[in-house]
Design a protein around this ligand. Structure first.
Ligand code: CMP
Length: 503
């Protein structure tokens, strides 16, 4: 190549130097002015177009520069268009629309809109200015193979997934999610993939097409509250209500367990070696799940220790049938246990110890849970009860359907005497307010008791009279209709009781 020709091409260094200078200036300004950063691709394109134009007009020989002439102009037009689109995007989409709707449009969506605009703009320039046949261009080579290639790599799917995620917004930054089997915090959602930070501190990148294809569990929406379930196995010997109270007390001790919705506990199963309870507590967010479930279980262990509740080992115990218990010995043991309670009960006050012991040998006890109804108003009844431990409510239903609590009875109190003595239906419903143990005395047992110690009848007759004040039906027995004197009325009641008992 002759020297003059080489010198001509050396002049091309001028536009190259200009472009490099512009690139350096853009780089420097980018750090100071963010707006330059936002439109820097357009500035680069513009500089490139101008330098190419300079080379074509001034430095390239006509035989080389001539064919490049329309392309350099097309590049300049395209660069101007990109600059215009980027400015419009930054101002209109980013600022005004963001302010109008009070939230910014997702970045993925903005980028997608821009890409489509560039693509359409480039097609218009190619067709309108360069007079290229776009149909054949699109149909044949580059674009089709680009699209097919992208789809082949799932890239197109990911991009479309990214757009769908941006529009639907099923997940956003900092949400706690399970996506494609991966649990963690969403770090960011880009146009191609979603980044999750797992509990182990690792980043998992899930392509957006998988995010959209699979099931997304979002623990942060509709709100951050989440129900945590904890299973506890407890020995069969402990009454469920006691265990439930113990578990709830332990749960309430944890500061990170929410008060509302309040913790709740259920009997879930009668397992092989334990009764299985399930505690439900609500927590704020999942990030502390492991800490909170550890804390709750730890508190339950200590609470059980204090309350004497046993968590059994999951073992298989081989029970050999014990020899049948001696009924007399069992009755004596039971009598021994309940005698102190009987002595404290007003109904047996003053009863000779020997007679009381004899009676205790015949009584049997029963345990009831909180909320259980011992009998309903209107039921037939032929036994009365003495409370050994716990609390019971006496509730009566009035003619207008309303319910009234007549009394709350505690240890030593008795109830059910009215039906037993007057041979009538129950005048009220008795419901246990807490886990309770009661002695049931049947009519035949009561008859023996009265024969051994008639004073019991006096006490119960007085009780019937007192309690019947609240019962209209019984009132009739005691009201002063027949001008009879009070002792006379009492005698009448006693006579009726004696006839019921066959005394
Ligand atoms: P009974 O009628 O057999 O069944 C309901 C029981 O409730 C009744 O016997 C009494 O023992 C008890 N009862 C009824 N009225 C009252 C009252 N006013 N105060 C306390 N207990 C009552």
């Amino acid at each position: 190549m002759p020297w003059s020709e080489i010198a001509t091409y050396l002049w091309l260094l001028v536009p190259v130097a200009i472009y490099c200078a512009v690139a350096v200036v853009v780089q420097v300004l980018k750090a100071r002015l963010p707006v330059i950063g936002a439109i820097s691709p357009a500035i680069h394109l513009l500089a490139l177009g101008l330098c190419l134009r300079l080379a074509v007009v001034y430095y390239l020989p006509p035989q080389v520069g001539g064919p490049l002439d329309p392309y350099s102009v097309a590049l300049l037009i395209f660069a101007g268009m990109v600059l215009l689109f980027q400015t419009v995007e930054a101002l209109v989409l980013g600022y005004f629309m963001g302010r109008l709707r009070n939230r910014k449009l997702p970045i993925v969506l903005r980028k997608a809109v821009l890409m489509v605009a560039y693509f359409v703009g480039a097609l218009i320039i190619m067709h309108g200015y360069l007079h290229l046949n776009i149909t054949s261009l699109v149909a044949t080579s580059a674009v089709v193979s680009f699209v097919v290639g992208m789809a082949g790599q799932d890239l197109l799917g990911s991009i479309l997934g990214g757009i769908a995620l941006a529009v639907e917004r099923p997940i956003t930054k900092d949400n706690w999610v399970v996506i494609d089997g991966q649990e963690g915090r969403v770090v960011d959602v880009t146009w191609r993939r979603t980044r999750i930070e797992t509990r182990d501190g690792d980043f998992v990148l899930v392509p957006n097409n998988l995010v959209m294809k699979g099931t997304i569990t979002n623990f942060t929406m509709p709100d951050r509250r989440h129900r945590l379930r904890i299973k506890v196995g407890v020995h069969y010997r402990h009454p469920p209500n006691q265990v439930k109270a113990s578990i709830l007390a332990a749960a309430r001790m944890c500061p990170e367990v929410l008060d509302s919705p309040s913790p709740s506990v259920f009997v879930r199963d009668f397992g092989d070696s334990a009764i299985i309870y399930r505690l439900n507590v609500w927590i704020d967010g999942l990030s502390r799940l492991e800490h909170i479930s550890d804390e709750v279980r730890t508190h339950i262990w200590y609470q059980f220790q204090r309350d004497g509740i046993i968590i059994p080992f999951p073992i298989v115990t081989l029970h050999r049938q014990p020899p049948p218990a001696d009924p007399k010995q069992a009755a004596a043991e039971r009598a021994e246990r309940i005698l102190p309670h009987l002595r404290a009960a007003e109904v047996f006050a003053g009863m000779p110890p020997e007679a009381l012991h004899q009676a205790a040998m015949t009584f049997h006890t029963a345990t009831y849970g909180e909320g259980e109804v011992l009998f309903h108003q209107g039921d037939k009844g032929s036994s009365f009860y003495i409370i050994l431990s716990g609390r019971a409510s006496v509730i009566v239903q009035l003619a207008d359907g309303t319910q009234t609590r007549l009394a709350t009875l505690g240890p030593g109190d008795c109830f059910g005497e009215m039906s037993l003595l007057l041979d009538q239906n129950r005048t009220a419903t008795v419901r246990l307010e807490e886990d309770s143990e009661v002695i049931e005395v049947r009519r035949d047992q009561f008859k023996d008791l009265v024969e051994a110690y008639p004073e019991v009848l006096d006490y119960l007759t007085r009780l019937v009279q007192e309690r019947s004040r609240d019962n209209r039906e019984l009132m009739a027995l005691f009201t002063d209709q027949s001008e009879e004197s009070r002792p006379g009325r009492m005698r009448a009641v006693l006579e009726r009781i004696k006839s019921v008992l066959g005394l």
